[in-house]
Design a protein around this ligand. Structure first.
Ligand SMILES: [Zn+2]
Length: 337
């Protein structure tokens, strides 16, 4: 809600209050009645009236393989509007049901796994969401994101949580619409509980959702069919520097970085190296080739990472589109293998 709209609303509330007082014969009718505007959560100021700068506008979708950066940005706005979304919160449950509805509206086959996890804050309900796009042969290309946000006051995680989730939503929209199945299945995972409940990231207080999904896939036998797992996390920043994660599987990092270079994004997918602990570790631990596509935590991101400053004004629709395009083209490369 912008300033003008708030003023108009308060004015009419005032008029209504005076009218009611007069109708009730209130003795204090001569003085200005106090009107209390509804308390507005602080994150709403980040949602209201925000528009990305011109240089951050998304290119037309046909320039990025059909991936629509504007749509992805709108999905970031939508997620932020739910407010802080830590594991176990009502806001996260609302977002989960939004994601399910949205994915089904694209024609995706959606499976959910509700479970509970023991955390430093007690036992918390969590839910993983998995989209399954069938292929012709055994073999799965797994994509993933976490959709929870770090439990911090006024933290809405526009970049950390919402950006990669928006990219995966947009990829699902494109991939679920394909009429002919590709060689391999593409599964898209939306993990709950990536963030540590405590302030510090210390095992096992993190990656609750991805550990759950990897364990379940090991039991079902699907895990051995995963050709590659590409995780995206914190990919919407206006200043995006994606370094090569040294925990990730080298051939898969090479494939993604080569694809990015061919598309002309060498400035973003840089050659410097940096080790990252993230949801990919849950699959690496079980032998699945995995890559984490993540803004360098030591770069420009460090200014706002895990602070209330991680809000919409940090997000670039253009960079969402670039990452989406690189993942889309990398999936095509993996389909050739
Ligand atoms: Zn985080």
């Amino acid at each position: 809600m912008n300033r003008e709209a708030a003023w108009v609303k308060e004015y009419w509330l005032g008029v209504l209050a005076i009218t009611l007082m007069m109708a009730m014969g209130c003795k204090s009718g001569g003085s200005t009645p106090e009107t209390t505007a509804p308390a507005q959560p602080p994150f709403m100021s980040a949602v209201a009236g925000h528009a990305p700068a011109t240089e951050d506008e998304a290119p037309p979708a046909d320039k990025t393989g059909g991936f629509d950066g504007k749509r992805a940005y709108e999905q970031v706005v939508r997620q932020v509007s739910f407010g802080p979304r830590p594991a176990g919160s009502a806001a996260l449950a609302q977002l989960a049901s939004y994601l399910e509805t949205e994915l089904k509206s694209y024609g995706c086959v959606v499976e959910t796994d509700s479970f509970s996890a023991d955390t430093p804050a007690g036992r918390l309900p969590m839910k993983n969401i998995l989209v399954k796009i069938p292929g012709q042969k055994p073999g799965i290309i797994l994509l993933g994101t976490h959709y929870d946000t770090k439990k911090l006051d006024n933290f809405v995680g526009a970049d950390d949580g919402a950006s990669s989730t928006a990219v995966m939503l947009e990829l699902a929209r494109l991939l679920c619409a394909q009429k002919q199945p590709e060689k391999y299945a593409v599964w898209i995972a939306f993990f709950d509980g990536e963030e540590a409940v405590n302030k510090e990231w210390k095992d096992p207080d993190n990656r609750y959702g991805s550990r759950q999904m990897a364990a379940r896939m090991a039991t079902s036998g699907d895990l051995k069919n995963i050709k590659a797992f590409a995780l995206a996390d914190i990919v919407g920043g206006r200043k995006l520097v994606i370094a090569r994660d040294t925990e990730s599987t080298k051939w898969l990092v090479d494939l993604v970085w080569k694809t990015a270079a061919q598309l002309g994004y060498k400035e973003i997918f840089v050659d410097q190296e940096s080790p990252v602990s993230d949801d990919h570790l849950s699959f690496l631990a079980r032998g699945v080739p995995s890559v984490d596509i993540i803004n360098d935590l030591n770069g420009p991101l460090s200014v706002y990472w895990h602070t209330p400053e991680d809000n919409l004004d940090k997000i670039s629709p253009k960079n969402l589109a670039i990452v989406g395009y690189v993942v889309l083209e990398s999936v095509k490369q993996l389909q050739q293998k």
